[in-house]
Design a protein around this ligand. Structure first.
Ligand SMILES: Cc1cc2nc3c(=O)[nH]c(=O)nc-3n(C[C@H](O)[C@H](O)[C@H](O)COP(=O)(O)OP(=O)(O)OC[C@H]3O[C@@H](n4cnc5c(N)ncnc54)[C@H](O)[C@@H]3O)c2cc1C
Length: 483
């Protein structure tokens, strides 16, 4: 059992609670999850004389809440919120608070498969520069961990496996050849593999003579749980310097603004009032839309953030030895997932369900099979029929699985379910809210949030710090998309 100190609002009488946890199987394999011991100091907090009014009257400020002051308050401790926190902590001298209604990995982040791939990205698309920048930053992070004498595999679950985007029809093969040309032109190492060459790389894959694949040897993957543990460790290092605090199990209920200036000055949670001197960042994944609705209700700010939850199932088979894969694999149809009507995989229009084959081996040797997409509200209940369809879809590519029943793995299988933050126009929202220059949105990364996290974090921090931006932020602007 490890013991760490964090700000924890389950117990309102004891502000700083000792938080003990037993590491799960996954956590045990992460370098920082099972043996970390952190201590955090109470950050400065002040009692404000300025009269504040809540933006929302749903949960008016409670006299018994405690107040604290930070430069930056981040709502949401998923991969987006935690990487933004890290960016401010390592790249400035600002103090940062992260607040979450639950804990990190309780949202989409905990379900993520972990591929940080370029093979299915399209050069010149709106998200291309952000993804490229982000991948560069992930690679630099892995290198810096290596330079410190640590193993990125153990710290982040980092593996450079290369990726294969697999086509099984003549039409898909033509598209893949074109994709390889585009990716090469954009400066990436990319190669088209004929069915024969593909078989040499992945002998278990049986996809027919008409098949082929785009191969990106430099594509990498990480383990979201390990990576989050690492980010928390880095962030908590700054707690001892009085620059960082976490407020978990403490949902945000409204924003508070000054009666005098009209400026938003604080975030109200169920237990705390968190004053922000510089910026408040909403990074609450698919909950950001309803949260923003609540936060801005009864104000003159018109903001419609159309992010919605896109549920995904992932099947994890622990220590699976009936199948060996050497790379990260994805079927070509995955690329069209944004538009379900064009999806060549299994599509059930009635349920608006799509399933595309993705397969990876994680850092512990577990086979991870994905994935489904559906709009089913905020439910994260496991649907066994979807799990079976993921299994059957994988068996279409790996016939050796056809003779194996999923029921043989009831003890050694796990199903991860998460809600991807989906934006109808297929790109995240990153930037300030017009009319409220200290409120920033960072959400809507759908199936690419792990991949785009470090680039998003850099962008948000550069915007707040008024640094020169490394990429064009226009495609991600709030204006014109949410208001
Ligand atoms: C099955 C599956 C596989 C995926 N695979 C990949 C992959 O291989 N590669 C990739 O790049 N991406 C992948 N993704 C997508 C990726 O996981 C997401 O894009 C990413 O995790 C989104 O991160 P986030 O921080 O925005 O959201 P989340 O991780 O959902 O975090 C949002 C946080 O906000 C908190 N919150 C909500 N409301 C409040 C409130 N009122 N007050 C305080 N806190 C609040 C929540 O508790 C939550 O912790 C996958 C997703 C799924 C579902």
């Amino acid at each position: 059992m490890a013991s760490i100190s964090i700000y924890h609002s389950l117990n309102s009488t004891s502000f700083q609670k000792n938080y003990a946890f037993s590491p799960s199987t996954t956590q045990k394999a992460c370098a920082f999850a099972s043996n970390s011991s952190f201590s955090s100091k109470s950050l400065s907090f002040s009692t404000r004389a300025t009269p504040l009014v809540p933006f929302s009257t749903l949960n008016p400020m409670n006299a018994s809440t405690r107040s604290h002051t930070f430069d930056v308050v981040i709502i949401g401790a998923g991969i987006i919120g935690l990487t933004i926190a890290r960016q401010f902590l390592i790249g400035s001298d600002l103090s940062v608070a992260v607040v979450d209604k639950a804990v990190p990995c309780s949202g989409a982040t905990g379900a993520g498969q972990g591929y940080i791939w370029m093979v299915h990205k399209t050069p010149g698309s709106d998200t291309w520069d952000l993804t490229m920048r982000s991948h560069k930053l992930w690679e630099m992070l892995a290198e810096s961990i290596d330079d410190q004498g640590l193993n990125p595999l153990e710290v982040l679950g980092w593996k450079k496996t290369g990726s294969l985007l697999i086509g099984r029809t003549p039409e898909e093969v033509v598209t893949l050849k074109e994709r390889v040309k585009q990716l090469s032109k954009a400066g990436l190492r990319a190669e088209y593999l004929s069915s024969k060459d593909l078989h040499l790389k992945e002998p278990s894959l049986v996809v027919g003579e008409d098949s082929g694949a785009a191969f990106l040897p430099d594509d990498c993957q990480l383990d979201a749980t390990c990576t989050v543990a690492y980010l928390e460790k880095v962030n908590r290092h700054f707690a001892s310097k009085g620059r960082y605090a976490e407020f978990y199990h403490d949902p945000v209920t409204c924003l508070l603004r000054s009666r005098i200036s009209g400026e938003v000055e604080a975030v109200q949670t169920s237990q705390n009032t968190l004053y922000s001197k510089k910026a408040i960042v909403v990074a609450a994944g698919p909950w950001s839309g309803s949260l923003v609705d609540d936060l801005f209700r009864e104000t003159d700010i018109v903001l419609d953030l159309p992010v919605k939850p896109r549920k995904g199932h992932l099947l994890v088979l622990e220590n699976f030895d009936s199948l060996k894969i050497n790379h990260g694999l994805m079927e070509a149809g995955y690329v069209d997932h944004h538009d379900l009507t064009q999806h060549p995989g299994l599509v059930d229009q009635g349920q608006i369900l799509s399933i595309s084959m993705t397969a990876t081996m994680d850092s512990m040797g577990n086979l991870v099979l994905g994935s489904s997409r559906q709009f089913a509200g905020f439910s994260t209940e496991v649907d066994e029929s979807i799990v079976n369809r993921i299994w059957m879809r994988a068996a279409d590519f790996f016939p050796s699985l056809k003779g194996v029943s999923l029921t043989d793995f009831t003890r050694s299988r796990k199903v991860r379910v998460g809600l991807r933050p989906y934006m109808p126009d297929g790109k995240p929202v990153i930037g300030p809210v017009p009319g409220l220059s200290n409120i920033f949105l960072a959400t809507g990364h759908e199936g690419g949030g792990l991949s785009m996290a470090l680039g998003t974090a850099e962008l948000v921090a550069d915007m707040v710090l008024q640094n020169t931006l490394k990429i064009d932020s226009a495609p991600f602007a709030v204006q014109g998309r949410c208001c």
